[in-house]
Design a binder for this molecule. Structure first.
Ligand code: ZN
Length: 413
């Protein structure tokens, strides 16, 4: 735990033989952990200190009985301290369950000091952040933009990706109470966004694929191209002359075959043209419209499953907490429930793809202009919503210009 300089000074005085007895109010003031007590006893034995006095009586540390007594007192104080921290965390859980406000720390962005009243300007920023992330924008671009506009944070420091992420993942902003990250239900404070949006944000921002994606956003087709020969995803790489390309990377730790590469600008131009062509066709607009309806129905069903699963997990935790089932039984019972949650989250993530398309479909300036005006991350989201991936075939020997027949897109619709 915490460093205690006075205590350390006492130990070193003991070691140096400068003291020949110790007086404490109670043993639990001296040691919080059994290991500390053992160190103390060693030190006393080495220094020849025998006497320790406390309000419960004197202990002769030189005898086995005395040491035993000190150990018992230590174990009792350890248990009391454990009980206390257990009581405190149980209290927090009760507060969270009841949907009440728990105090401490800085106020949350979007809410005043009372943690219930909405701060209007901040609520508008939260809605904007949520909407942009759900449409495929990146955390970094949202943070950069807020800094450029001079929008203040709670601490007065700069916006950072992880700050935006933390706000958007919290159940608080949709008026939900949570405990250790799990949403328990409705809270007493009003929401700024809808609970369904929180679910989708959690599905999206909790996506491990998104966290490990370290490829710079200069590459529209990152993770969307596959090698025809080995099936692995092409990696984005610049070459010495500064031109970007996608390669089947063969290196220690990389699974590729090293046999395929394609110049980035050429294939990106080609795929954008294909994607926009598809998006402009009346057939696609009709299909996309149908899909929006289906996705809404599926998302509603997914949300119902997630809600149900959370209730079930809460019940299981209570049963386990009361000692009615063992740890192993609890874990076994949890497994199928968490698996259902994961499945439902896949559905919610897919709905994000539909949201990405709303930025380009039905815009007054037309699909091409709307697409051209989007930041790269959102362009990427639009392409990924239409195309699952594209296979890149072998280059034709002696052919200088880009050959579109090398690319075989797998369309989603
Ligand atoms: Zn390959």
């Amino acid at each position: 735990g915490r460093r205690r300089p006075e205590y350390e000074r006492m130990l070193s005085d003991l070691g140096a033989g400068r003291v020949d007895g110790v007086i404490v109010y109670h043993l639990d003031r001296l040691h919080r952990r059994p290991r500390e007590l053992e160190d103390f006893l060693d030190q006393c034995a080495r220094a020849g200190v025998r006497d320790m006095a406390c309000v419960t009586g004197e202990i002769d540390l030189a005898t086995h009985d005395g040491q035993f007594h000190a150990r018992i007192l230590g174990a009792v104080s350890r248990k009391e301290s454990d009980d206390k921290s257990r009581r405190i965390s149980r209290k927090h859980l009760e507060i969270a369950r009841a949907g009440r406000v728990s105090g401490g720390g800085a106020r949350a962005y979007g809410y005043a000091e009372d943690r219930v009243t909405i701060v209007r300007e901040e609520a508008a920023v939260i809605r904007e952040m949520a909407q942009r992330i759900l449409a495929g924008d990146s955390l970094r671009s949202v943070a950069t933009d807020l800094n450029a506009r001079g929008v203040p944070t709670v601490s007065g420091r700069e916006w950072k990706s992880h700050v935006v992420r933390k706000i958007l993942l919290s159940g608080r902003i949709s008026g939900q109470r949570e405990h250790h990250g799990e949403i328990l239900g409705k809270a007493v404070w009003p929401g700024i966004i809808r609970p369904r949006q929180t679910l989708r944000l959690r599905a999206l921002l909790g996506d491990p694929e998104r966290r490990t994606k370290r490829v710079p956003r200069r590459y529209l087709l990152s993770s969307l191209l596959r090698c025809h020969a080995c099936g692995h995803t092409l990696a984005a790489r610049p070459i010495d002359d500064g031109r970007r390309r996608y390669v089947c990377a063969k290196a220690p730790g990389l699974p590729g075959c090293g046999g395929t590469f394609v110049m980035a600008e050429e294939i990106e131009g080609h795929i954008i043209e294909e994607v926009l062509g598809r998006l402009s066709s009346p057939r696609f607009e009709a299909a996309a419209g149908r899909r929006v309806g289906q996705d809404d129905a599926r998302a509603a069903e997914a949300q119902r499953l997630v809600d149900e699963a959370h209730t079930r997990l809460e019940e299981l935790a209570e049963v386990y907490g009361r000692g009615e089932i063992t740890l192993r039984e609890w874990q076994a019972a949890r497994l199928p429930v968490t698996q259902r949650v994961e499945k439902a989250q896949v559905v919610l993530r897919r709905q994000t793809q539909t949201t990405a398309l709303e930025a380009v479909l039905g815009q007054p300036g037309g699909v091409d202009a709307a697409f051209g005006a989007l930041p790269l991350a959102r362009k990427q989201a639009v392409v990924a919503a239409v195309m699952d991936h594209a296979e890149v075939g072998p280059a034709v020997r002696g052919l200088n210009r880009f050959d579109p027949s090398r690319v075989r897109p797998a369309w989603r619709t």
